[in-house]
Each structure stands twice: as structure tokens, then as C-alpha cells.
Design a protein around this ligand. Structure first.
Ligand code: SAM
Length: 311
């Protein structure tokens, strides 16, 4: 398939300096990059530390093949790639024989590789089948959701995951359209969305299909439902003083990270290192518009030796 051979680097990593400032420089520490993508964060960590070993995880075969090959040959003996879901981090660590780690990075959302590879159906700009799976082996595509969901379920997905103001109108238009003819492609869906919106919403600065596409992507990849448990599990796999770093691009994701971190701090097992959430600088956003909505939160493990112990 095209993306297995396509070795270009598409994705510009977000808030690299900020992430590096939390990475421990201790000898022989292990850091997990849970969302490897094109490997930008992993590469920065490997470049800026001496003995750190990085385990890169991704559900996307393209990311695993391309970044895995590139970083594997650049940093022999210091990098290992593991294909799969970071929400099963215990499994990935067991495969590498590593019980605990000193750093975990989760950079949520979609990668530029996924967006730019037209055939994967993430982009509303180009015609493609409605797919949007990050893991090409997972069973459900965006088409399945568009074809099979009830109007009420579609409305919920668009409202909750897309924060789409016109969720009701768009859900209605999708159901009416599929009664006439099935919606198969990105451009067909864009046309249905446009037809559902009032004229003033159609000509805004942002693309009228942006929120619907975001919502479907989140639903297809089940990005929000298990985030809470996944963050707790990741946190529990840290060594004392190890850090869990989470970059979010969606207010619901950020709220979940904030709440989980706060609970760990209140319970005396964690110390929130980002009392104020970290945002990218204006200069970074100017050079990488994808960074615009990014937020970084970091929590440090206080180990299991007692309540509220400070460094
Ligand atoms: C924003 S990109 C990461 C970009 C990366 N930090 C870089 O510098 O290139 C998010 C990546 O996470 C992957 N991903 C999303 N959900 C995942 C999950 N549950 N488990 C593992 N990888 C996941 C996606 O396939 C995508 O490649």
C-alpha cells in the first residue's frame, strides 16, 4: 500500500522544547512515546539525551514502518518500535521486559501523515472513501458509522465529539441523503454537510465540514471513551519521579487529563508539574498552524511510598 512505501516525514512535532524540559536526563532511563507518528518527539528525545532508550508505539502501520525504520537505524540499540494500542501499555512493556519507565508521552489526535495521505479519508479537501481508521485492521470505518448509526446517535457524535452547533441539522441531512443514495466518499459527505448548514455558517473562515470530520474520526478510533482509564494505567507504570506528559487538541481530552491528574495529586500519588496548562508559543503556531489548539499537561509520580511526599 502507498503509505508503507512513503517514507517522507509529514508531521511537525508540537511543543518539542517544552516536552524535552520534562524528560529526565538520568542514565539508562526508558521513555515511551505512546503515539509515535512520524517520530518527531522520539527523535528529539533521543537526540537530546545520552543513554535514554525510547519505545515508540503506534496503531498505524505506516507510522510503525516508516518511523520505526528511520529511528531504528539512526539510534541503534536505543530505540524499539511496538505496533498496537498504547491503552495496552502493560502489554507493550511486558514484550520489552520493562516493568516501569521514567517518562511517557501521549500526543493525541491525528498526524499530518494521516491527514495528507488522501486515500485514508481523514481530509475534507480531497475525494476518498470514508475510512478514517488510524489502525487499518480495526473493523469500523467512518462509512460504517455514517451508514449504520441512528439519527440520534449521529447527532450525539457530532455534538459531543465535534462540538458542532448544527449537529441536529447535519444528522438529519445525512439520514435523508442515505435514504436516497448511500454516502460513500469524503466529498459526498461534505456536500451533505454544506446542504444542512445555513448560508452564514457555510462561508466561515473554517471549513464547514471540519467539526463533523473531527467527530467521526474520534468515534471511528474510539479516541475519548477509554482515555480516562488509559491515563491512569500509564501513570501507574511510572517509576518514582517519572513523568506522564499529555498533549491534547480537543477540550474534552484536556478536561479528562486535567481531572485524572488532579485526582492523582489529591490522592497523594502524583505531583502536577503544569499548574497552568502549557500552550505553544505564537511563533510555533505561526510556523505550524496544527499546534494552535495544543495543550500540554504533565504529572510526576510520587511513587508508592506515601501520601503527598514532595521532591
Ligand atoms: C498527533 S500524532 C503523533 C505525532 C508524533 N508525536 C510525531 O512527532 O510525529 C498521533 C499518532 O497517534 C497514533 N494513535 C492514535 N491513537 C492511538 C492509540 N490508541 N494507540 C497508539 N497510537 C495511537 C496515531 O496513529 C498517530 O500516528
Amino acid at each position: 500500500m502507498m503509505d508503507r512505501l512513503d517514507e517522507r516525514i509529514y508531521h511537525k512535532p508540537v511543543m518539542v522544547e517544552e516536552v524535552l524540559s520534562f524528560v529526565n536526563q538520568r542514565k539508562r532511563s526508558v521513555v515511551v512515546d505512546c503515539t509515535l507518528g512520524d517520530g518527531g518527539h522520539s527523535q528529539a528525545i533521543l537526540d537530546n539525551t545520552q543513554d535514554t532508550f525510547v519505545i515508540g508505539i503506534d496503531v498505524d502501520d505506516g507510522a510503525v514502518a516508516v518511523a520505526g525504520k528511520r529511528l531504528g537505524s539512526m539510534f541503534r540499540g536505543r530505540f524499539h518500535v511496538s505496533k498496537g494500542d498504547y491503552r495496552e501499555l502493560n502489554w507493550h512493556l511486558a514484550q520489552s521486559g520493562v516493568p516501569r519507565v521514567s517518562g511517557i508521552l501521549i500526543d493525541l489526535g491525528v498526524s499530518s501523515r494521516q491527514l495528507d495521505q488522501a486515500h485514508r479519508g481523514f481530509s475534507y479537501w480531497v475525494e476518498a472513501p470514508l475510512d478514517m481508521r488510524m489502525n487499518p485492521q480495526s473493523p469500523r470505518t467512518a462509512r460504517d458509522i455514517v451508514v449504520q448509526s441512528s439519527e440520534a446517535e449521529l447527532e450525539r457524535i457530532l455534538r459531543e465529539y465535534g462540538e458542532e452547533r448544527f449537529s441536529r441539522q447535519i444528522a438529519r441531512a445525512i439520514v435523508e441523503q442515505r435514504d436516497k443514495r448511500q454516502i460513500e466518499t469524503t466529498t459526498e459527505l461534505v456536500e451533505v454537510i454544506k446542504s444542512a448548514l445555513p448560508a452564514r455558517a457555510r462561508y466561515k473562515q473554517q471549513h464547514p465540514a471540519r467539526k463533523t470530520f473531527q467527530a467521526l474520526r474520534i468515534a471511528v478510533n474510539d479516541e475519548l471513551s477509554r482515555l480516562d482509564g488509559a491515563l491512569r494505567r500509564c501513570f501507574s507504570l511510572l517509576e518514582p519521579e517519572g513523568v506522564l506528559m499529555v498533549i491534547t487538541y480537543h477540550s474534552l481530552e484536556d478536561r479528562i487529563a486535567k481531572r485524572v491528574f488532579k485526582q492523582a495529586e489529591t490522592g497523594g500519588t502524583g505531583l502536577v508539574r503544569t499548574k497552568k496548562v502549557i500552550r505553544p508559543s505564537e511563533a510555533e503556531v505561526a510556523g505550524n498552524p496544527r499546534a494552535r489548539s495544543a495543550k500540554l499537561r504533565v504529572i510526576q509520580s510520587q511513587g508508592s511510598w506515601g501520601k503527598g511526599r514532595k521532591r
